[in-house]
Design a protein around this ligand. Structure first.
Ligand code: MN
Length: 252
């Protein structure tokens, strides 16, 4: 199996090394940002040049975002020899519920799926010191399972692993995780205000959600994601919708 690994914690992050170590008998390629890019979401660098550094041993760093790294990996480094799977992680910290919209870890995997390769984002929902081994081993086992029966269309899985040995997993849906809406205002040395945003994260109690599965049950959460954000339920219920003053073109 040929796998492409990336992350948002940087090419030298221990979680990425642990993930690579979980594929001892496979052709492993690492293309990852040269520094931490957590919470960079799906940003792509369209307005500046990017540099790739060949670190040897099929490892490359990119001075860009996680999305840039996977884009360059699939369209340049591995052009003409696509990997069986893209894996992103192991992130140091969870990516649950709303986190997936901010996460560079998930975005790197998502870029793989957008470019036609099934992908897995894997995150360790634990406090330091981190042992990435169990999460990496679980991700590798899931990768083999996905690659053994390649899906008709590229699939994307978001995996979150609690601390310690893996007790089991649940197939989940995204929960709701919030950051307290906190804004801390301080003064800089020149007397101007600056702000820190994002307080302590908490999650809503939603049975069978990824948040409950990881935090309350201590199980691995495996959430299949799709890239089409269209709200089909709302769309289907808007037959009588109109905006005064504007002609609505009805569906053929
Ligand atoms: Mn990160």
């Amino acid at each position: 199996m040929r796998v492409l690994l990336s992350n948002d914690d940087g090419v030298n992050a221990p979680g990425l090394a642990a993930l690579a170590a979980a594929f001892p008998d496979d052709e492993v390629w690492v293309v990852a940002p040269d520094r931490e890019q957590s919470a960079s979401s799906h940003a792509i660098s369209l307005h500046r040049p990017l540099r790739i550094v060949d670190l040897g041993g099929r490892r490359f760093s990119v001075d860009g975002t996680p999305t840039d790294a996977v884009y360059l990996a699939l369209n340049h480094v591995l052009r003409g020899r696509p990997p069986d799977l893209v894996l992103s992680g192991v992130n140091h910290g969870p990516n649950l519920g709303n986190d997936v919209l901010y996460s560079g870890t998930v975005a790197a995997a998502m870029e793989g799926a957008l470019l036609g390769v099934s992908a897995i984002a894997v995150s360790l929902a634990a406090r330091p010191p981190h042992d990435f081994g169990p999460a990496a081993a679980f991700a590798a086992a899931l990768a083999r399972r996905v690659a053994s029966q390649p899906p008709a269309t590229p699939t994307l899985f978001n995996v979150n692993v609690p601390a310690g040995p893996v007790k089991g997993y649940r197939l989940t849906r995204l929960g709701v995780r919030t950051y307290g809406n906190e804004v801390v205002e301080k003064l800089d040395p020149r007397g101007r205000s600056y702000f820190w945003i994002g307080g302590d994260a908490s999650h809503q109690d939603i049975p069978l959600s990824d948040c409950n599965t990881v935090f309350d049950e201590g199980l691995v959460a495996v959430t299949p994601l799709h890239l089409d954000l269209t709200h089909d339920g709302l769309l289907g219920g808007m037959a009588g919708f109109s905006i005064p003053g504007y002609r609505r073109e009805l569906d053929p």
